[in-house]
Design a protein around this ligand. Sequence first.
Ligand code: SF4
Length: 236
Amino acid sequence: MTIATDVEQLQGQLGDASADRLLSAVLRDLFAGRAAVVSSFGAESAVLLHLVATIDPATPVLFIDTGRHFVETLRYRDRLAALLGLSDVRTIGPTAEEIARLDADASRATWDPDGCCAFRKTRPLQRALADFDAWISGRKNFQSALRSALPAFEHDGMHVKINPLARWSAADLAAYSDRHRLPRHPLVDQGFASIGCAPCTSAVRPGEDTRAGRWRGFDKIECGIHLPLSHQPSGK
Ligand code: SF4
């Protein structure tokens, strides 16, 4: 059995299941103790985290602290984790040696955002995922053209990647958030529809994709953690 075969079978079994049924199967059965959620604690993170906390609040949640986040994001992470009772939020990120060697003056985002994302996000996540067989992402089809055909299950190198909210609309997210009174990231009210690192995030104008405010001025729409391994920049 290969990862690709596993993914095909999972997609056939659960690809059309509701998010809570899918997550319940993944966390309690299929990948019990072997799956982690990866969360940016950004504009749309609360729904997935609430669904996961309802099933198992001890699920590992990986937060990549790039060292360039808004302070509001770090506070929101702590507030949301406490509110939802998430007991295993793991903050991961680049090492001090990597930062000193690869971006000592913290300017790399302005001249090489791919390289900056590679050492601040992608490599720390790859290291952390070595402890797991599957990871859960909060990506949705409506977020951008690149994400418009996400399946519930994909393979990502040696991992199964799971997108339980792929088919959710912005209205679905808003309704769920309202129903469960989930707090919003404080920057959402300032027009930030997708929130990453401070140097690479701007507010979104009416009619733009939710991710249009990320890396404005660059030909870049993904940080790299969701790209196939063969397409990820090295960031040396
Ligand atoms: S989003 Fe910007 S600051 Fe953050 S890791 Fe990527 S390039 Fe660097």
